[in-house]
Design a protein around this ligand. Structure first.
Ligand code: F6P
Length: 343
């Protein structure tokens, strides 16, 4: 019987450590050549796969060249933001599985965050529904740490380090000029990254999407800190922050309001709101996409390796439809149906 092939893809925003996890999957696939045939990569995730953009790892990164992946930040395979339709009746599902069959795929690994785990869950369900023998496995990575069922996702700690370092380096300017700095940290729906970097960098005020802010409270807090002798203020604000008033609006109303306001980034919006009440120079800064780059920190390297080993064990034990996870300081696994698509 011909050996089945393995295919792997990366999706969503990259992290510093996303290639290490790719290395884990590919190197294990190649090492198990007694059971696994070719090891393919999807270029730009599911989106690229639908356009037949694939590569063969044995040709693309032969021998020791594969090792470069271990310490290279960024998504080697390129990424995509492609959400599969809710209905499993959609023609994209049979199309994808036809392509898998054509390539004699036995295992499909998808490395990504929330939306990618949603893809994994939908494809697993479709496989079960149609009796396909293709196994779909999710590898949870996100700098946002916003995945259900896992305490810390890999990529998160490296991003905290970048954001903390960035804020640390602003302190001297803020202090020298006695300014208020609003620093925007990534995190559209969740504030984990802002909260951790904010605490680590000793930011004065931390604003996160989960708690709509009251601009009067922000002003009052700045004033109180000044009264206590603080000469400069650092506000760490997540990109997804909303005010109390905005939290009462519908999505459509909020979009309209933001558009009318010139679609400013969160830091700018916030600064404009408190500017009339604060007697200090105000500056804004957005850390941006560097939070997803650079070398992964040691913690992430270890965590990614541990989760990779668990993913390998899941396959060895033929335990499919699960995500490798890290809860209460222990590596374990959780059914994908419990976590996929949830924040
Ligand atoms: O990787 C996740 C994330 O960093 C979110 O925090 C952010 O909202 C989003 O990606 C921005 O990504 P992009 O600008 O690449 O679409």
């Amino acid at each position: 019987m011909t050996k089945k092939n393995l295919i792997v893809g990366q999706s969503g925003g990259p992290t510093a450590v996303i290639n290490s996890s790719l290395y884990g999957v590919v190197s294990e696939g190649i090492a198990h050549s007694d059971e696994i045939g070719e090891v393919y990569g999807m270029v730009n995730g599911i989106e690229g796969f639908l356009e037949d953009r694939i590569l063969n790892f044995r040709e693309a990164l032969p021998g020791e060249q594969l090792d470069y992946l271990k310490h290279t930040p960024g998504a080697y395979l390129g990424s995509c933001r492609y959400k599969l339709p809710e209905s499993l009746e959609d023609p994209v599902y049979p199309l994808l599985f036809e392509k898998f069959e054509e390539m004699n795929i036995g295992w499909f690994f998808y490395i990504g965050g929330n939306d990618s785990m949603d893809t994994v869950s939908k494809l697993s369900r479709y496989a079960a529904q149609t009796g396909s023998s293709i196994r779909v496995i999710g590898e949870p990575k996100t700098i946002d740490n916003d995945l259900e069922g896992i305490d810390v996702s890999f990529g998160f700690q490296s991003a905290i380090d970048v954001a903390t370092d960035y804020i640390d380096k602003l302190q001297s300017t803020a202090k020298s000029h006695g300014r208020v700095f609003v620093v925007e940290v990534m995190g559209h729906k969740t504030g984990w990254l802002t909260l951790h970097a904010g605490i680590a960098s000793n930011s004065d005020i931390i604003l996160i999407p989960e708690i709509p802010y009251d601009i009067n409270a922000v002003v009052k807090d700045i004033e109180e800190k000044e009264k206590r002798g603080k000469k400069y203020i650092i506000i760490a604000a997540a990109e997804g922050i909303i005010s109390k008033e905005e939290s009462l609006l519908t999505k459509k109303e909020l979009k309209k309001k933001r558009k009318e306001g010139g679609n400013l980034i969160a830091a700018e919006r916030l600064a404009r709101e408190f500017e009339p009440y604060v007697d200090k120079e105000i500056r804004t800064a957005s850390i941006g996409h560097i939070q997803r780059g650079g070398n992964p920190c040691a913690y992430d390297r270890v965590l990614a390796t541990r989760l990779g080993v668990m993913a390998g064990e899941l396959i060895e034990n033929k335990k499919y439809g699960y995500m490798a996870t890290f809860v209460d300081n222990k590596i374990s696994s959780v059914p994908l149906s419990d976590v996929a698509g949830k924040t």
